[in-house]
Write a protein that binds this ligand. Structure first.
Ligand code: ATP
Length: 285
């Protein structure tokens, strides 16, 4: 039996635009995504000689084939005709669930990378990311990590220059948002403000953190904030203590702030911790 270890990195949407609904029911998106140092640890035993099994340290996460990590293992083995001879996946969870931080997708991507390494890298990283699209929309990006422009329903990726050095503070309020309901609510024809992804790309190319911060925008942010005004409270705390930008990630409910240094981030983190138990400090990875 062999044990594989892989980190599963959370993502933030620096920008998120919803362009329209497709005939297949999915929405076309355009998003600049960033992986951060908040991570789950994924361990895989290969060759257990038993039924496939998954253990997760967080309650409420499915441990059967609905778990995206299990699905990723099945998709990988099917696509490459591999039989691992029994498999056990253990997930030590740190990424908050229902946060818009792609926790399930990150675990799935980690499984894809670990299995591909175990079998001698038969797939290139772009091919592995393409396979990830069969598991979930955010899986391709979580497979490649870093900073990227993500389009379509998540399957079209283009690497961008790395995020300039900065520190993120991420705050996950108690409530969660149903992603399908949010997509139903957003009328793509009536989105009043959209991110300027070209300007974001230029700011990244210039390595200009303040310019990057000016382009941070998620079209879901005002829709969720209208129903959960506490997001404004979180953002105002961040803004008052030196944050360059503060915005919800993905379909929420986590809000992230961009700080120029760890000292600033520590102050924002301490202020938020007075009211919120789930506050994290992270670096771009
Ligand atoms: P996204 O940004 O992709 O919408 P999210 O942060 O909103 O992600 P996840 O943490 O990925 O949400 O979890 C959403 C749901 O996915 C959970 O309620 C859970 O039922 C299911 N799920 C399946 N596999 C996993 C996994 N490995 N980890 C966490 N959740 C998983």
């Amino acid at each position: 039996m062999t044990t594989l270890y892989e980190g599963a990195y959370a993502k933030l949407n620096l920008t998120l635009d919803v362009l329209g609904k497709r005939k297949d029911g999915y929405h076309d998106l355009q998003s600049v995504m960033q992986t951060i140092s908040i991570r789950d640890d994924v361990e895989i035993d290969i060759g257990t000689g038993k039924e496939w099994k998954l253990l997760c340290s967080m309650e409420g996460i499915p441990t059967d084939r609905r778990n995206l990590a299990m699905k990723a293992a099945a998709v990988y083995c099917d696509a490459l005709g591999k039989d691992p001879g029994g498999l056990e996946i253990r997930i030590h969870k740190r990424i908050p669930s229902g946060a818009g931080m792609g926790g399930g997708s990150a675990d799935a991507a980690a499984v894809l990378r670990a299995l591909n390494r175990h079998y001698g890298e038969p797939l290139s990283l772009p091919a592995l990311a393409e396979l990830g699209a069969q598991v979930g929309s955010d899986v391709p990006f979580c497979t490649i990590c870093g900073t990227a422009m993500v389009e379509g329903r998540g399957e079209r990726l283009r690497k961008l220059p790395d995020m300039p050095d900065c520190v993120f503070v991420v705050c996950k309020p108690e409530f969660s948002v149903s992603t399908p309901e949010l997509y139903q609510k957003i009328d793509t024809a009536a989105i009043p403000v959209r991110p300027d992804n070209r300007a974001m790309e230029s700011a990244l190319l210039a390595g200009d953190l303040e310019a990057v911060a000016r382009q941070v925008y998620n079209v879901f942010d005002p829709v969720v904030t209208a129903e959960h005004l506490e997001l404004n409270y979180i953002k105002s705390i961040c803004n008052s203590y030196g944050s360059l930008a503060q915005q919800m990630t993905g379909s929420g409910s986590a809000v992230f702030a961009i700080l120029p240094s760890f000292e600033y981030a520590a102050v924002v983190c301490n202020m938020l911790k007075e009211n919120y138990p789930q506050v994290y400090i992270a670096k771009p990875v």
